[in-house]
Write a protein that binds this ligand. Structure first.
Ligand SMILES: Nc1ncnc2c1ncn2[C@@H]1O[C@H](COP(=O)(O)OP(=O)(O)OP(=O)(O)O)[C@@H](O)[C@H]1O
Length: 273
């Protein structure tokens, strides 16, 4: 049954559903690759595909064949370029299904109470950040939100200890063998130290910001974690979230931003990295 007719086009409910599903899918893919170089490749490929559709509708046969060939080879290239995103996407589906099932089964079928996610206390983080900034000690603190940071935690030394100001300061102390790299905090615990973070290749990052800051931005591009960067050179505190860095914050600004960011629901799917 047709819903409406536009010239030669007959549009039915299923067509609308089809377009809506494709729009959601494209939006989710865009969210997955947003902020990375892959997003530009994705937009480029989409444009080529649109040109192909136009050319095909106009029956320009030679150009259609060339574009068809380009798109089919391009599809293979896309799989290679987006291998990390595809892996995350598949892990996300598996993980969220597991999580939902586990919670549902435990809460409703087994009548067990399901504890809420551990609450992250900001105070030790803010206190340690203040001391590190005042002492120009330098620090890189990753605060996990939803994405699993296993891959990055594995690049460093496992700690798995209760979060405390004293321990953070000990890790970033000048003579500590763990002070290089980043500390990863997950669910109110210090999960790992000396971790290596992905460095952003964004050309718009000011040249004055070195690798600590670039690593903070890179981590916030690759995951939904919030990354606190304390500059050893200037003692300034910055916060990277969603690929953006807020520079030169005081402690209360940092606290407000962290509270707002960590509470607000993620605008992209959970990633397992
Ligand atoms: N990819 C990375 N992952 C984790 N830590 C990193 C990474 N890159 C740099 N760092 C940390 O940042 C430290 C300082 O790097 P660099 O001086 O280039 O950064 P910066 O942004 O100029 O910061 P600062 O203002 O503190 O000097 C390194 O010694 C290391 O501990």
């Amino acid at each position: 049954m047709f819903l409406l007719r536009l010239g030669f086009l007959e549009i039915g409910w299923l067509d609308i559903l089809d377009v809506a599903l494709v729009a959601v899918l494209l939006y989710q893919i865009y969210n997955l690759v947003r902020g990375s170089i892959a997003s530009r490749v994705f937009v480029g490929y989409l444009l080529v595909y649109l040109v192909y559709l136009v050319v095909k509708a106009l029956r320009l046969n030679l150009l259609t064949t060339i574009l068809e060939y380009f798109i089919s080879v391009g599809a293979l290239a896309l799989i290679i370029i987006f291998q990390h995103e595809i892996r995350r996407f598949l892990l996300l589906i598996g993980k969220s299904t597991n999580a939902v099932n586990n919670r549902f089964i435990r809460r409703w079928l087994l009548r067990q109470t399901v504890a809420d996610e551990p609450v992250l206390l900001l105070k030790p983080i803010l206190d340690a950040t203040k001391v590190l900034a005042d002492e120009f000690s330098g620090g890189l603190i990753v605060v996990q939100k939803n994405d699993d940071l296993e891959k990055y935690a594995q690049s460093g030394e496992p700690i798995n200890a209760d979060l405390s100001k004293a321990l953070l300061l000990a890790i970033f102390g000048q003579y500590s063998p763990l002070h290089d790299g980043a500390v990863i905090l997950s669910g109110g615990r210090i999960r790992a130290a000396r971790c290596i973070l992905p460095v952003s290749d964004d050309a718009d990052i000011p040249a004055a910001l070195g690798f600590r800051h670039r690593a903070g931005i890179g981590m916030s591009e690759a995951t939904d974690a919030a990354v606190i960067v304390i500059s050893e050179e200037t003692g300034r505190i910055s916060l990277a979230t969603d690929g953006e860095m807020a520079l030169n914050l005081n402690i209360s600004e940092l606290e407000n931003r962290l509270q707002v960011y960590l509470k607000q629901p993620s605008n992209r799917p959970v990633r397992s990295v």
